[in-house]
Design a protein around this ligand. Sequence first.
Ligand code: GLU
Length: 422
Amino acid sequence: MSDDMNELDTPTFRLAVAQFDQAAERMNLDPNLRQRLKLPERSLIVSVPVRMDDGTVKVFMGYRVQHDSSRGPSKGGIRYHPDVNLGEVAALAMWMTWKCALAGLPYGGAKGGVRVAPKELSRGELQRLTRRYAADILPVIGPDKDVPAPDVGTNSQVMAWIMDTYSQQVGFAVPGVVTGKPLSIGGSLGREEATGRGVVYVTLEAMRHLSLDIDKASVVIQGFGNVGSHTARIMRESGIRVIAVSDASGGLYNAKGLDIPELLRRCNQDGQPLHDTKLGDWITNEELLALDCTVLVPAALSEQITHKNANKVRCRVLAEGANGPTTLEADQVLTDKGIFIIPDILANSGGVIVSYFEWVQDAQRFFWKAKDIQDRLQEIITAAFHRTLQFSMAQQATMRMAALMSGIDKVAQAHLARGLFP
Ligand code: GLU
């Protein structure tokens, strides 16, 4: 890694750059562009002071990184997590650029985050933190500039506070400044479940391509947050047995298939921890990743499948619901084992695809039906899957390489067409 990357140099950023380098090498990318696209356009670091309920003031580190804006406003979520750092946010921003380009959305990539454990804050503290962070990044966001959305640890309420903070500043309601908002202020039907629904659509396509029988298939999901829980529900509704799910404390396993509706009722409505539901046997996260299954969906954090556990993974299809769940070494091990990988920038693109629908609806002040959203999501993500599959077969490249090369190529073409300023 060159010296100019020191500030960003973390394991996750190194993973994103290593993937980019592999793809750039293979596609013989223009060396000038290669250097440009390795680094984000703009990285903003803010320190966010928050009055806590006990009267003291705590300061949290916040970030917003815009990787590329050659094809349109930059787009990407905001993450609240105790491990958030500049390098991680920069890596996630780079992945957003390739993800948007691959799906054909008119966006560049961005990401934001605050280093905080949101569950430890009261609702009032969370609101004050969000509003101050929003005020601090306000100069760089906007519906035509950079459009945040939910990610790990944030939700529609957090987006509503950001929308309100921005709107208060400019003096009128600006719904299009964020996506993933509540319906009452210009959110879209189907946005919350969109990433999970997209994971299911591409998984079904992969199973069809590999001639795998849905009736006999089993799915294991790591993570039971927004992506994991909707993936579990929609897999079940599509007739696929979900045999294990997990959260940060461990996993629940039932070989006959978990009762997902009951699990969702207890966890989401009654607030029961996964462990207390007793709807299956309790297993460790390591055991969960090593379960014999048709489809494994990592839907939690990055770097979960590594050189340490990759050889134990026993799925036929890996559908990456999370961003960056597989390290470079692990990727090679899984590929050698013949596992069909649906890479993150394709598998989890349903979220940003429906974010795009939300932004378009906000701009037009005209809202679509749930069926329109689902049909258009399916059309876009399925087309992206098949384009990637064709390209991977034509180039004899893995699905990950094919997805990265397609995304990078679209961004490269935009840079070459626009030229370098000044
Ligand atoms: N945070 C999501 C992602 O990683 C969604 C981003 C968005 O909708 O802008 O893709």
